[in-house]
Design a protein around this ligand. Structure first.
Ligand code: G4P
Length: 193
């Protein structure tokens, strides 16, 4: 097991409905030493690529992506979620549907912060159905930016997102891929990588 899988086993809580709570160390209370380690690990995995910017989506992605951006020495841009349909032409916009929350958000990035020909690394905390990643990829496409890869902290391998994004040809690196989890026993099965 790698450092993240060990931490998930120690402090993650499996809830019914295939939900993994990691709010004691990842997406509510954050363990900053762990964030630093995550930042270093993504640098190790994507360090051979050109990365001009790290891109994520609010809210939970931001804290993690900040440590990745620090490792690469580049800016972090986060897409904002917006309910408003009144978005002016200064923004790149994509629609993102959340299966977990059963709602739709528009995600927006200002045209000031994403440019044609920029190489970006997308970072997010969870990859489940892949809607958030597809939204970010669509915004990158609108900008003419080049997606060098997607770094995910926890991929739920039994949901379709990872397969869909890899089949689109993107390089996805997930620090932990969960193939199964059991709310009754608390057991978590990680994919061998
Ligand atoms: P998708 O983006 O991969 O399609 O995921 P989905 O719509 O299924 O998930 C919606 C939200 O739920 C996302 O956060 C995602 O990170 C989160 N999520 C999905 N599965 C789990 C899980 O097992 N545990 C936890 N803790 N979160 C999960 P969000 O609400 O869009 O973002 P944020 O504002 O919380 O960052």
């Amino acid at each position: 097991m790698n450092f993240l899988e060990e931490r998930i086993v120690k402090d993650g809580v499996v809830k019914s409905g295939n939900v993994l709570k990691v709010d004691s160390f990842l997406n509510h209370q954050m363990d900053i030493s762990l964030m630093e380690e995550i930042g270093r690990e993504f640098k190790r995995r994507f360090g051979h690529k050109q990365v001009d910017k790290v891109v994520t989506i609010e809210a939970s992605g931001i804290g993690i992506a900040a440590f990745v951006a620090k490792e690469f020495g580049v800016p972090l841009v986060f897409a904002k979620k917006s309910k408003s349909i009144n978005i002016d032409g200064d923004m790149f916009v994509a629609e993102v549907e959340s299966f977990t929350h059963k709602n739709k958000n528009q995600v927006i990035v200002s045209r000031k912060f994403l440019h044609e020909g920029e190489h970006i690394l997308i970072i997010d905390d969870f990859l489940a159905n892949g809607c958030a990643l597809q939204g970010l990829i669509s915004i990158a496409d609108s900008a003419g930016a080049i997606v060098e890869g997607c770094g995910i902290v926890i991929e739920k391998g039994f949901q379709i997102g990872g397969r869909v994004i890899r089949n689109m040809g993107y390089h996805v690196e997930s620090l932990a891929i969960i193939d199964a989890m059991d709310a009754e026993t608390g057991n978590i099965t990680f994919r061998e990588q």
